[in-house]
Ligand binder design. Structure first.
Ligand SMILES: Nc1ncnc2c1ncn2[C@@H]1O[C@H](COP(=O)(O)OP(=O)(O)O)[C@@H](O)[C@H]1O
Ligand SMILES: Cc1ncc(C[n+]2csc(CCOP(=O)(O)OP(=O)(O)O)c2C)c(N)n1
Ligand SMILES: [Mg+2]
Ligand SMILES: [Mg+2]
Ligand SMILES: [Mg+2]
Length: 315
């Protein structure tokens, strides 16, 4: 058993409580006497999620942001967090991390409630974990609520963080804005909270637009069609890598976007556009939900074969 998908499938047998949502959602949802707790846990690991020479404060930001992104996708309001930290005998790194953590906790108004601290060998990569706890007063959208006839939407722009990582890896010049999107993702908390009552399905895009849309299709028992030509790209990304089909496929499979992907009935479109305007965040239709199964792609009028890899999977 060497893949994330296979391991999570094997875990499903152990996670039969309805709060676990079949381990097929971004977060668990625990009903507690008329209110709902929304719970999620993500780790970030050196060399896997961040680069060894990324600033420690940015690693703290990322640890919080990737978890808050899962709460955002469920329309939940963050209540607090528990952190798992590994010491590696580098007091300077720890100090810088703490300063960044303080800044990030303040930026997200997130109380730190507890956690655990352990030492790891100096040769081990740093591995940090965070459990984010949120609450929702209303319905908590799942990945499984997409219905044939609905429109597929995405927030923000796609592919920026992936380009930021390539810029850092290659040591090539490129827009600082792309690097920033890799190091300091923005969880879409306000948008998620406002969209929750309007959507069919909602999730965040962490592994790649295409692989995550495929997961929405599978969870919902529908087919999803994405039009690459409608995928929103930032001007910085277009300047860096162009906007042709190859560049769009790279962006759609890179991951690290932490944008919201959601389906909604046609009747909600005006309200969603108005919300985008109010929040100053682009929310754009990129495809549709149909009867059937799986993900299919087009680029304007052309049908596009699915790329071999749709996104990131841990192995
Ligand atoms: N080690 C684990 N133990 C229990 N549940 C897990 C584990 N790893 C992943 N899951 C669950 O599997 C589902 C999918 O996880 P994941 O793909 O990481 O979601 P996300 O991308 O939203 O973080 C979630 O319900 C998550 O809680
Ligand atoms: C150094 C480095 N290499 C590769 C990547 C690309 N990458 C690693 S994990 C990942 C997917 C998101 O991480 P994951 O642990 O799967 O978060 P989740 O899907 O659980 O939210 C991506 C795109 C990266 N972010 N940093
Ligand atoms: Mg998620
Ligand atoms: Mg996860
Ligand atoms: Mg993932």
């Amino acid at each position: 058993m060497s893949s994330e998908t296979a391991f999570i499938s094997a875990l499903r047998r152990l996670a039969t409580d309805p709060a676990a949502r079949g381990l097929a959602d971004d977060a668990a949802v625990l009903e507690l006497g008329g209110t709902r707790l929304v719970l999620t846990h993500d780790m970030v690991v050196e060399g896997v999620h961040f680069l060894a020479d990324d600033p420690p404060g940015d690693v703290a930001w990322k640890l919080l942001a990737v978890n808050l992104s899962d709460l955002a996708a469920k329309g939940a309001r963050p209540l607090g967090a528990l952190m798992g930290y590994s010491l590696r005998g580098d007091a300077g790194w720890d100090r810088a991390f703490l300063a960044g953590l303080e800044e990030a906790l303040a930026a997200f108004s997130l109380p730190l409630l507890g956690g655990d601290t352990v030492s790891v060998p100096a040769t081990a990569p740093r591995a940090l974990g965070l459990t984010a706890i949120g609450t929702s007063a209303g319905r908590v959208p799942s990945r499984s609520g997409a219905k044939a006839g609905q429109t597929l939407w995405v927030s923000g722009t796609i592919g920026d963080a992936g380009a930021g990582l390539r810029i850092l890896r290659d040591g090539q010049p490129g827009a600082e804005a792309l690097v920033r999107r890799y190091r300091r993702p923005s969880p879409r908390l306000s948008a998620g909270g406002r969209l929750a009552p309007l959507v069919g399905a909602m999730m965040d895009v962490s592994d790649g637009l295409l692989i995550d849309a495929g997961r929405m299709a599978d969870a919902s028992g529908v087919a999803i069609l994405i039009d690459l030509a409608r995928m929103p790209l930032s001007s910085e990304l277009v300047e860096y890598g162009g906007s042709g089909r190859a560049a769009r496929l790279v962006a759609a499979t890179a991951g690290d976007d932490y944008e919201l992907l959601f389906s909604a009935p046609f009747a909600a479109a005006q309200e969603i556009f108005a919300l985008a305007k109010e929040l100053g965040l682009s929310l754009l239709p990129i495809g549709r939900v149909e009867d059937g199964s799986g993900l299919s792609l087009r680029d304007g009028e052309d049908l596009v074969p699915r790329p071999e890899s749709l996104g990131w999977e841990h192995r």
